[in-house]
Design a protein around this ligand. Sequence first.
Ligand SMILES: C[S@@+](CC[C@H](N)C(=O)[O-])C[C@H]1O[C@@H](n2cnc3c(N)ncnc32)[C@H](O)[C@@H]1O
Length: 305
Amino acid sequence: MRILELFCGIGGLAAAIDGTGSMVTCAMDHDPAVLATYRHNHPEQQISRIDLSRVTPWQLATGRADLWWLSPPCQPYSVRGNRLDLQDPRSASLLRIMEVLERLPKEKLPPAIALENVPGFFQSQARERLTDILTARGYDLKEQLLCPTTLGVPMRRERYYLAASIQPLRTLQCRQRPQQIRPLSNYLDRRLDDDTPKELLLAKEDLARFAQGMSILDPDDQSAVATCFAASYGKTLMHSGAFLSCRQGARHFTPMEIARLLGLPGDFSFPPGLPLRRQWHQLGNSLSVDAVRSVLSLLPGFLPQ
Ligand SMILES: C[S@@+](CC[C@H](N)C(=O)[O-])C[C@H]1O[C@@H](n2cnc3c(N)ncnc32)[C@H](O)[C@@H]1O
């Protein structure tokens, strides 16, 4: 299967299809920093730096992809972004793609489309418009909120997912029962327990001031579940993600620990020299690879269920 990865970021979708026989025809994003990380991990991959609010039908349709995967900006639909929805200028790129989907001749439409966003997207005008267009163009749709915790991952990251297919979508037989959550310790760098690098540690004053409102987990707690890591992790302490208690007090999760929780492959890495905060930022915008696989399994011809 050939996939056009739109708003590709650091390549969460590319990681999800690794080893499945599917391929990304082109990965598109406007941010050179995330594209550098994408290229670092997928050097052979065709990548395009493009402002998708100006994308042409030709640019989207030319690779004749079987699936367009979209992870558009979520700020227009999130509480933090003030929920301006279609009035938010950051919706322009999704609006443009909707326009193309509305006008493209039927034979040029991709056989399947999938989209990921924050849960607030469910109530948005953007979602209403998109689902209206896809239904009018003959797609079968399934929408769901999915959290990696139901797939056994000890990290919350509930997201809205849409799967759309010209052929009838597959029905869910095996998705029924939530899986048992794996121990958080499976994802941690235990060598850091006694010797935590300074840049990961929380300042004593911050701990004294904010510890009450923060999620600080015991790395040995078998039932610990990390809160969602946001792009602001490393910049703000509250509501940006979880922390770990350690001998020196408390520490941040390392980028690689978060990458593991997101399901990125073991050899995932960042371009040398990328500051820690930028690494956290890029990961905070990425997606749960396990959840993506689960969504892809609904599309005929993609992954086994
Ligand atoms: C939620 S993130 C998606 C992250 C991606 N799924 C990943 O695995 O890293 C949204 C992405 O959309 C990109 N983006 C936002 N506006 C854009 C635009 N107008 N044109 C192209 N890319 C855009 C951002 O740079 C960001 O990488």
